[in-house]
Ligand binder design. Sequence first.
Ligand SMILES: NC(=O)C1=CN([C@@H]2O[C@H](COP(=O)(O)OP(=O)(O)OC[C@H]3O[C@@H](n4cnc5c(N)ncnc54)[C@H](OP(=O)(O)O)[C@@H]3O)[C@@H](O)[C@H]2O)C=CC1
Ligand SMILES: CC(=O)N[C@@H](CCC(=O)OP(=O)(O)O)C(=O)O
Length: 342
Amino acid sequence: MIRAGIVGGTGYTGVELLRILVLHPQVEVSVVTSRADAGMRVDQLYPSLRGCCDVTFSLPELDNLKDCDVVFFATPNGTAMLMAEALLALGVKVIDLSADFRIKDQQEWEKWYGMQHNSPDLIAEAVYGLPEVNREQIKQARLIACPGCYPTAVQLGFLPLLEAGAIDEQHLIADVKSGVSGAGRKAEISSLMSEAGESFKAYAVSGHRHLPEIRQGLQNVARQAVGLTFVPHLTPMIRGIHATLYGRLNRKLDLQRVFEEKYREERFVDVLPSGSHADTRNVRGSNRCQIAVHQPQCGDTVVILSVIDNLVKGASGQAVQNMNLMFGLPEYLSLETVALYP
Ligand SMILES: NC(=O)C1=CN([C@@H]2O[C@H](COP(=O)(O)OP(=O)(O)OC[C@H]3O[C@@H](n4cnc5c(N)ncnc54)[C@H](OP(=O)(O)O)[C@@H]3O)[C@@H](O)[C@H]2O)C=CC1
Ligand SMILES: CC(=O)N[C@@H](CCC(=O)OP(=O)(O)O)C(=O)O
């Protein structure tokens, strides 16, 4: 059995990791940390886990984590980079759900995240954990930087067309909506029902920290600089990301076929039939990304609709997908859940 530790087990991605890992046939969740709730049983805070998680929250200290085979960091940015090196030195694999190791350019990371990087030597080693792009490197990795939720939905939507060289890579537009769980479980006025409910707004139009991450991923595939306008929005739903992506086609091609061929072998990317409209509720609770491709009025603009559950394919499900690959297990173990409906 793989002994797994979760640092930050009380947050939304932490409890989502628990939901997936307690049913994983090859994993024993041995350590779950919380500073605020250390000493409390996990199933006391989350009664949904009664009968399947006999663990008490402990403090996020090296001594508590050193016997794990893998440690997931479901913590705010700037936390994993403080402990990753010591864990790796002990032979513990690290899967970081935060942004600490996602961006290869250290200065760019420091600019967007507003802090100094504490572990710059590990940035180059970290493998960006988008299995549909980096599967082979993930299998060999000790340290995984899981993609952000917005970046997962946007990259999976644009990749087939960039790979095919079929769109003007200088003028990509990503108009993306997120549910409020994307902001985490911590108390914040903007996440209150009376603030976020019955309302809909864009934010960070002048620049969101996922912009450099998405650009880096798209550039790696396009093999040249890309121009991207990314506008995130907050919608009054709990889970879900809906990305509406726009690009200018540079030639005629069978779009549906390009997407179907690209993702034919991918268990967690589902290209919907031509003419479909992707809907976040059809991926809620599942590790799937569903994609629909449109070419309105047969013009030269392609519109791609890409939906995920931000807490599953956008975070914890993708993290477990990475773990399965790192440990040589079938990629889909414990991830074959069908979406909750309605
Ligand atoms: N929510 C989402 O949809 C997504 C989130 N992510 C990323 O995943 C990470 C976790 O997000 P989320 O679950 O939403 O966050 P939450 O705010 O819901 O939870 C954060 C968790 O981290 C713990 N924590 C906070 N500070 C520290 C610290 N300094 N050291 C150790 N533990 C700490 C908290 O517990 P305690 O304070 O008790 O220790 C808590 O358990 C973030 O980096 C986020 O950006 C990525 C993709 C999607
Ligand atoms: C709705 C909402 O607030 N979403 C978050 C992003 C989600 C996320 O977790 O981003 P990282 O993993 O990169 O930190 C935000 O815009 O800050």
